[in-house]
Design a protein around this ligand. Structure first.
Ligand code: GLC
Length: 712
């Protein structure tokens, strides 16, 4: 019997209570709980979330043991009336026991193939622990590094977001979602959470439909096109409409425009929060609004299981609406193969290759922001290693790390000692007193400062009002720069930090991020030249907090103040110069790359030819003129000069990362067809208009390497 028939056959036998039970997700117990077992027997639990707190990202949270997972599954399969298996979900965001970089860092790798490989590893490890479904990837576009959750997403660009969405979904779900080592993925938080006002978490958002379709939706569209099994709705409202009860978003757009066919799960307690958002009087209202909007599964607040049956009796919710939601949930459970393989046999996982991949992605994610030539360091140089992150472990794993173990994570001092032995002069600088750290540093050839931020000021419910480096760390920089030595800053951060008054004092800046289990080893490989840095930031680094929001794909103003591109920024603020500290797509190498002119095979194409599949073709040669083999991410941006609505000054439409050996020249080719030259109208219709387009191909969004083409 095919899946559709199996669904109908099951549905025909289900009572209304059993149907509603499939829409109820509760917290998994950490130990046997007879009351929970009885609810399973009665078919009142469709899913467990394995998390112990509302924002598990920064709290040590245990995982329900395999024995208990299988025990409860056995009750569902053998003791409930219909034997429908439970689906177990967990926040396996960017790693399991092996932890990969926070997603904002992985995006900086501009290597979706490697990201996919890493997320395949994650799925292998998590499914071995009994997880069927992960609440990842998080795809919230964000332009505000004050927001703690910017670290969980792909940054400020829709195209990078779309490429990372596809890579993560394919990595998690593998070739066949029914494979035992495949995780059902969950595109979240649909939609617009990253626009939280002031970067304050859980706050309101104002997003026009035009901006929704062109900035916030592309990553979700890519996830849907990649076959993502589930979507999680977001806490926020958009212009007064909570997404949790927003039929426009959950049904009209998500299903009508994107064609999503899986099921939608709410965020934690988000359905009952409709009361606080002022659109519902009581839990029954909450349930009615959410289920009628198209929200299928209710996470943790039990509003559905406690109210839907009565709402059906009262005629406020139709049983067909319930059936539609249940069909979606049953379909994922059947596609996952849970009916055939409901139990976890906890295979042993050899993590050797996973750790190698973790190091590789960490190396490719790290961004060299500044280098006056001091890097790479010689392994014979005496290095004074100073700073609060020299011995830090837990922060390197980043927020939303539930199953990684800090005690297994090498710290920077250990990693550096493994490379240069006693040439490392480790100092625990105590700012309060002039201790022997300074004395040691005087003997050193170079000072390396281990700086950064705790994972506990990033992630959910951890936003900050100021992204400046902590004052004691700035003091450290000034103090060691005063020695007249070369000073290298290595930043172990989740988000971009404001570098004004900091970058000027450092001779080199390696942004190592919270790059997971292998952060320290990867940073040392780069510092000492075993790896040439190739990361490019997927988010703008503003000079100071007051310049936020600052993002590259901005539209022009009527006055000449496009400060992002350096056009008369003085008119923006009289007290500062609001150009980016480091622009989107920026990252240095140890070698240099020289770009040739853009060659365009044709400079004009008719709109009808474009629609019929013709495309512009561009080639550009890139020569490695430096002393190291290195990887370069060549980026292609467009600017639609004149359109029926304002279009961004730059839009990333393609990139390719490739190794170019020193002295070699590589040719990069890019195609721009109908699908890359248009935009969505506020009605969500895709359109391409005639007119002139500037095409930029270069090393970051500020490249001046330009040509012009026209759609006629
Ligand atoms: C949290 C987060 C969401 C997470 C869920 C389950 O509040 O917003 O990203 O997946 O609850 O932990």
């Amino acid at each position: 019997m095919d899946i559709e028939s199996r669904i109908e056959e099951l549905l025909s036998r289900m009572t209304l209570q059993e149907k509603i039970g499939q829409l109820n997700q509760v917290k998994a117990p950490l130990k046997a709980d007879e009351a929970v077992f009885e609810q399973i027997r009665q078919g009142k639990i469709g899913s467990f979330i394995m998390a112990t707190t509302a924002h598990a990202g920064n709290d040590d949270t245990a995982i329900t043991e395999n024995l208990l997972i299988n025990k409860m599954q056995k009750i569902a399969v053998e003791e409930s009336r219909l034997g429908i298996p439970i689906i177990y979900g967990r926040d396996v965001i960017h790693g399991h026991r092996t932890v990969y970089p926070v997603p904002l860092a992985s995006a900086a790798s501009f290597n979706p193939e490697l990201v996919e490989k890493c997320y395949r590893n994650i799925a292998r490890e998590a499914t071995a622990d009994g997880v069927n479904w992960t609440f990842s990837p998080m795809l919230d576009l964000s332009r505000d590094p004050r927001w703690g959750r910017i670290i969980e997403g792909p940054g400020e660009d829709p195209y990078v977001g779309a490429t990372m969405a596809e890579a993560c979904v394919k990595g998690f779900q593998g070739d066949d979602i029914s494979n035992k080592d495949s995780l059902v993925a969950c595109a979240k938080h649909y939609i617009g959470y990253g626009a939280s006002e002031g970067g304050r978490d859980y706050h309101r958002t104002e997003i026009s439909d035009y901006n929704l379709y062109n900035y916030y939706l592309p990553a979700f569209r890519a996830a849907v096109n990649a076959g993502v099994g589930t979507v999680m709705s977001s806490f926020n409202d958009i212009s007064g409409q909570p997404v949790t009860s927003g039929k426009k978003y959950l049904t009209d757009i998500l299903r009508g425009k994107l064609g999503f066919e899986g099921f939608v799960v709410s965020d934690w307690d988000a359905v009952c929060q409709l009361k606080k958002q002022g659109v519902a009087e009581n839990d029954a209202d909450c349930a009615e609004l959410a289920i009628n909007a198209g929200l299928d599964m209710n996470m943790t607040d039990k509003v559905y299981i406690n109210n839907l049956e009565q709402l059906v009796i009262e005629g406020k919710v139709s049983e067909e609406t319930i059936n539609t939601a249940v069909r979606r949930v049953l379909k994922i459970k059947l596609q996952k193969g849970l009916f055939e393989k409901p139990y976890c046999d906890a295979p042993e996982i050899d993590r050797t290759e996973h750790l190698k991949d973790a190091r590789a992605i960490a190396e490719e994610s790290m961004v060299l922001l500044k280098n006056d030539g001091v890097l790479p360091l010689s392994k014979n140089s005496k290095v004074a290693l100073v700073g609060p992150f020299a011995r830090e472990r837990r922060a390197l794993l980043g927020s939303w790390t539930l199953d990684g173990k800090a005690e297994e994570t090498p710290n920077f001092a250990e990693a550096m000692k493994a490379v240069i032995g006693n040439n490392m002069l480790l100092s625990d600088d105590n700012i309060a007193v002039l201790d022997n750290s300074i004395a040691r540093a005087v003997k050193a050839d170079v000072v390396v400062l281990a700086l950064g931020e705790s994972e506990k000021v990033t992630g959910e419910a951890y936003s900050v009002s100021d992204i400046s480096l902590p004052k004691n760390q700035v003091e450290l920089i000034h103090r060691y720069k005063a020695l007249g030595k070369k000073v290298v800053g290595v930043f172990f951060c989740g988000r971009p930090m404001a570098m004004e008054g900091v970058a000027e004092y450092l001779d080199a800046i390696l942004y190592a991020w919270h790059a997971g289990s292998e952060t320290a080893n990867a940073a040392c490989n780069i510092l000492f030249g075993d790896v040439v840095p190739s990361g490019k930031t997927a988010v703008t680094f503003p000079k100071r907090t007051g310049h936020i929001p600052m993002y590259y794909n901005v539209t022009s103003s009527g006055r000449k103040v496009d400060c992002y591109y350096g056009e008369n920024p003085q008119n923006c603020y009289v007290d500062s110069y609001p150009t980016p500290a480091f622009p989107f797509g920026f990252g240095l190498s140890y070698t240099e790359f020289e770009y040739g002119e853009i060659v365009s095979r044709t400079n004009e194409i008719t709109l009808s030819d474009l629609k019929n599949g013709k495309s512009f073709n561009f080639t550009v040669s890139v020569k490695n003129t430096g002393d190291y083999d290195g990887k370069e991410t060549v980026q292609l941006y467009i600017r639609d000069k004149i359109a029926s609505v304002m279009r961004p000054l730059r839009e990333l439409k393609a990139f390719e990362k490739r190794l170019i050996n020193k002295g070699d020249t590589e040719t990069f080719s890019f195609q721009l067809g109908y699908d890359k030259l248009g935009f969505y109208t506020e009605n969500g219709d895709y359109t391409v208009e005639k007119g002139e387009f500037e095409i930029y191909i270069g090393e970051n969004c500020l490249t001046t390497n330009k040509t012009t083409v026209e759609i006629i």
